[in-house]
Design a protein around this ligand. Structure first.
Ligand SMILES: [Zn+2]
Length: 261
């Protein structure tokens, strides 16, 4: 793909050791790299590290912006692996991307859509597990992808004349990379939102509307696996396979029934 001239490589190289010829080729091609350690090739995916090591279902802000059953379905029934599965898995991939980054390859944070919001943080954190500094990891989520896509004149860093897309943190992520979660404000194209609730604040204060799943009184009650069919369509997708109608809510099958009555 690099020889064919792709702009970026999505997903990691599923091998343990990158030889110098690969590093040199990658560097000189100026092809960027979006490893998505969250879905690691050649091992268990990095996503499972965070289900194992953190109680994802207790993250209140995440639950505010995602239907509870989506989080519960992915996080509560967690697989517990010996630590070396991760060390020889996504952490090894992370060491490789550090090597490529040191050689001059642009490495980008891509969260793969597993869980919106927190997934981007996991990916940044996993960059540091292979040896990147906090600053290097933050660049994978800001200026690096902007350069990779040719948008660095408009976004990717704080500069006069660039678009006002930024976040304000309560704590310093250079001191502790996990502080990327401590977001106080989000500014999108110059409009300011409080990150806790995503109500607009600043010059145009306005409470946000409700998400579809907040409109049903039982939609987010624990254990929350029962939903109205219309809701499932709202947050997931429909797959007509044969005689059955399947409704998915992200990773979990919510409802299916026969179309032949
Ligand atoms: Zn993928």
């Amino acid at each position: 793909m690099i020889l064919d001239g792709h702009t970026t490589i999505e997903h990691n190289m599923p091998i343990a050791v990158l030889q110098d010829d690969v590093v040199q080729l990658w560097k000189r091609s100026q092809t960027a790299y979006t490893p998505t350690l969250i879905v690691n090739y050649g091992s268990v995916s990095g996503e499972y590290y965070w289900y194992q090591h953190t109680n994802v279902w207790e993250k209140e802000r995440l639950l505010r912006f995602t239907p509870r059953e989506v989080i519960d379905a992915r996080s509560r029934h967690r697989t517990m692996l010996p630590e070396e599965e991760y060390v020889n898995g996504h952490i090894l991939s992370s060491k490789n991307l550090k090597r490529l980054s040191d050689a001059g390859v642009l490495v980008n944070m891509g969260a793969h859509g597993q869980i919106q919001g927190i997934g981007a943080h996991w990916e940044i954190w996993m960059m540091t597990q292979g040896g990147m500094s906090a600053l290097e990891a933050l660049k994978t989520a800001t200026i690096n992808p902007a350069k990779s896509l040719g948008l660095d004149a408009n976004v990717g860093s704080l500069e006069t004349g660039k678009l006002a897309d930024l976040i304000v943190l309560d704590k310093n992520p250079l001191e502790n990379i996990y502080n990327t979660e401590k977001i106080k404000f989000t500014m999108a194209n110059g409009r300011l939102y409080d990150a806790e609730e995503m109500n607009e604040t600043g010059n145009h204060p306005k409470a946000r509307g409700k998400f579809p799943w907040e409109l049903y009184k039982n939609a987010t009650s624990f254990p929350g696996m029962m939903k109205q069919p219309g809701m499932a369509v709202g947050v997931g997708s429909i797959d007509r396979s044969g005689d059955y109608l399947l409704l998915f809510s992200n990773a979990s099958l919510v409802i299916f029934w026969s179309l032949k009555k």
